[in-house]
Design a protein around this ligand. Structure first.
Ligand SMILES: Nc1ncnc2c1ncn2[C@@H]1O[C@H](COP(=O)(O)OP(=O)(O)OP(=O)(O)O)[C@@H](O)[C@H]1O
Ligand SMILES: [Mg+2]
Length: 304
């Protein structure tokens, strides 16, 4: 759905994108991550045909994106970083304004608006002036506007970043619904927790290039730490501690009275061995967790 090849963009002497390559497949939710000023909004503005670039190419649905050529935009809905609305209009009026620009009839506008406002949970507040909306409501209206023409691809620039936890959950829910409708979604965010919940794949933009592009599943697996945090039902005695200390595939053990952290070598091969061993030496276990890195920790590791 999106293909970006060797994209180069500078603002005067300031090089922002230094050969970006990425691909977003149809039906995928792709999380575009990068620190402040990495070039996320620049990339999105280029994809939306709002900005020129110096070198490389961008394709949406196989068509080359060119600034101010609206051909690719027929398939795109765009939520900019800081969406602006006429504050004196209400949501019905604003969508009517958008619909009339699209050439829709009054009947079509009403039907489409009702459906979309319902999806973003704004039907009840649709007659209130937008100027009085909370940030979360404005963001949801922004998504409604991006969705108005039922585009195949949605570009969402930081859809949840300025919102409180409840507002973020609303946005993540809407993104999940859109994903279930088969939309392709390219979204940027700093809130990596949200990305973990809703994205299929992520790309990390750093220093003008994509330094890592991977499915969330694979990423979590490849950055897994081979440490088990275990809580026991009884105190560990000397004998059992001795056994655990003398196993060749156990790299390190920290003991507390009723808990242990066990680092193992070759996680894939030895995790089963460890569970067998614990069962053999007959220590009742309350909980056993494999320590995982959060996406935030992975991001910091990759970027540093
Ligand atoms: N119109 C512009 N003129 C000059 N420099 C710009 C312009 N727009 C962006 N920049 C610079 O380009 C770099 C990338 O900006 P961009 O807004 O794309 O980053 P971003 O990843 O979206 O950041 P944020 O997370 O803060 O939204 C920044 O250093 C920014 O200052
Ligand atoms: Mg930005």
């Amino acid at each position: 759905m999106i293909k970006i090849e060797s994209l180069i963009k500078s603002y005067g002497p300031h090089k922002v994108l230094k050969g970006v390559n990425l691909e977003v497949k149809e039906g995928e939710v792709y999380g575009f991550i990068g620190h402040n000023g990495a070039g996320k909004s620049t990339t999105m503005n280029i994809l939306a045909g709002l900005m020129d670039f110096q070198k490389g190419s961008c394709f949406v649905n196989g068509i080359s994106v060119q600034k101010e050529n609206s051909e690719t935009n027929r398939d795109i809905g765009y939520l900019p970083e800081d969406p602006k609305f006429y504050p004196y209009m209400n949501s019905w009026e604003y969508l009517r304004f958008i619909g009339s620009m699209s050439g829709d009839t009054k009947k079509q506008i009403k039907e489409k608006s009702e459906k979309i406002l319902d999806m973003v949970k704004l039907l009840k507040s649709a007659k209130r002036a937008i100027g009085g909306y909370s940030r979360g409501m404005k963001q949801r209206l922004g998504i409604a506007v991006a969705m108005y023409n039922d585009p195949k691809l949605l570009l969402l620039d930081e859809p949840s970043s300025a919102l409180d936890p409840a507002g973020r959950i609303d946005v993540v829910e809407i993104i999940s619904k859109l994903k279930n409708q088969g939309k392709t979604i390219f979204l940027s965010t700093h809130i990596l927790n949200d990305i973990e919940r809703v994205c299929d794949r992520v790309g990390i933009l750093n220093n003008g290039q994509i330094v890592l592009e991977e499915s969330i599943d694979k990423l979590m697996k490849s950055y897994i730490q081979p440490v088990y945090d275990i809580e026991f039902d009884t105190d560990l005695n000397e004998e059992k501690i001795k056994i655990l200390n003398n196993v060749d595939y156990i790299e390190k053990v920290n003991f507390e009275k009723r808990s242990a952290n066990i680092w193992i070598k070759d996680f894939r091969q030895n995790s089963v061995n460890l569970i067998k061993l614990l069962s053999d030496i007959n220590i009742p276990i309350i909980s056993m967790n494999l320590r995982k890195n959060s996406l935030e920790e992975i991001f910091l590791k990759v970027v540093k």
